[in-house]
Design a binder for this molecule. Sequence first.
Ligand SMILES: [Zn+2]
Length: 479
Amino acid sequence: MLLYNSLTRKRDEFIPREAGKVSMYTCGPTVYHYAHIGNLRTYTMEDVLEKYLRYIGNDVTRVMNITDVGHLSSDGDTGEDKMLKGARRENKTVLEIAKYYTDAFFADCEKLHIKLPDVIEPATNCIPEFIKMIETLLEKGYAYEAGGNIYFDTSKLDKYYVFNDFNEEDLAVGVRDSVEEDGNKKNKADFVLWFTKSKFEDQELKWDSPWGIGYPGWHIECSCIASKHLGEYLDIHCGGIDNAFPHHTNEIAQSEATYGHEWCNWWFHVHHLNTNSGKMSKSKGEFLTVSLLEEKGYDPLVYRFFCMQSHYRKNLVFSWENLDNAKIAYEKLVSRIADLNTAEGDIDEKAFAEGKKRFTDALDNDLNTSLAVTALYDVFKLKTNDKTKYELIKSFETVLDLGLLEAAEKINERKAKEAAEENAGVDPELLAYINEKIEARKAAKKAKNFAEADAIRDELLSKGITLLDTREGTKFTIA
Ligand SMILES: [Zn+2]
C-alpha cells in the first residue's frame, strides 16, 4: 500500500516493522465539549485506514488517549486548561465534564461506525508514567526547571522542526503569537512538561511530583500512553493536520530524546474540514455536531459517505447543500443494492477478483476513498450475477462501513410489509402464482428477453390480473 508520510513528504510503500503487525496511535479528543464534525472527519478517515490495513491482512493494535487534563486553550502553553473552562461553563467538576464528553464522543463514534481503538487511556490514569518520562528527560539533559515548571529544551535536539511540510518561519509564528510570553523558556519553541506554577489558582486536578504539586503538559501524555501500550517503537501515528505542530513535533522530541532512537516511522495527517467561512472550530460560527445533523434529519452515515467522497489530504468544504447531495447519492446507492436479487446464483470468482482489484487499487493509492466509492459504483456495471455484486459490496463494506447493506435490508423489509398489507385479501395460492410470474418477468426483462416478458404480462392479463410497474417495484390489480 502506498501511503503518504508527513515525515518524508512522500508516498511510500507502507511497511510495518514486523510484517503483518501494525502498531497505530491516535491522538484522542480533549473531552471538554462535543466533538465537531471536523474533528470527526479525522477519526473517520483514521478508521478507514485501520480497517483497510486489516482488510489487506494486517493485525492492527491501536491505542488512543483521552485528554482530560493539561490541554491549554492555545496549543502552545498559554491560556487556561480547556477542561477547567468546560467545567466552569457547565457548573460541574472537571471529572464530571470528562465523563460526560467522553461518553458523548463514544456515542458519536458509534453512530459514524468509527471502531473504537483497542486501548483507550485517559491522561489522568498515567501520572506516574508522565513523571517517569520527565525524570528521564531531566537526567539526560533534555529538560530543565524554571520558575517552578519543567520545560523541554528544544535547542538540545539536532532537528526539532521535523515536519518540513511547513517552513520554520511559518511554524515559529505560532510560538511568536503566543498571547503571553513565558519568560521562563530558554528558547521560544520550548514547551512545558509539568506545570507547578499554575496561572489559575482553581486548577482542580493536581498531583504530587518530585517538582511540587502540579499537573502534566498536554504533549507528554501521547508519548507516554503510546509507549505504555505499544513499546518504544511505533509504526504509524495519526491525527489532524493542525496537530502536526506543535503537538506531534513535541511528541517526537520527547520520545526520541527519551529512547535515544527514532520513534515513529509514519505520520498520517488528515486535513481540515472547512465551511465556506474557513476552518471549522468550536468557537466560531455554527457548532456542527453529529446531534445537529440528526436533528436536521441526516443519518450520520451520510456524513461518513460525504467524507469518503474526498481525499483525506485535501481540505473538504462542508455545506448543507453538499451534504444534501451526498444524501441523495447515498439513498440511490442503497436502493440499487436493495434491488439486487441475492437469492440465486453462485459467486463468480473471476468477476469478484476484478471488482475487488479496483477497490484495492484505489485504497492502495494513498487511501483514495473517493476512487474506492467509484469502485463500489462500478460493481453494478460488472457483467456478472447479482449474488457476486452483493458479495463484493459486502466485502468493501468491511472497510467503508457505510451501513449500506443494513439500509437496503430495511427497504426490502418495508416493501415486503407493504406488499403483504396490500395483498392481505388475495388467495395465498393465487398470490404465490402472481409473484412467481412477476419474478420471471423481471428476470426476462433483465436478460433483455422482452418478448418473453410481454408474454408473461399477457398471460396474467388474460386472467384479469393487470401489472403496474412503479418505483417501488411491480404491483398488480385483480379485476
Ligand atoms: Zn497526541
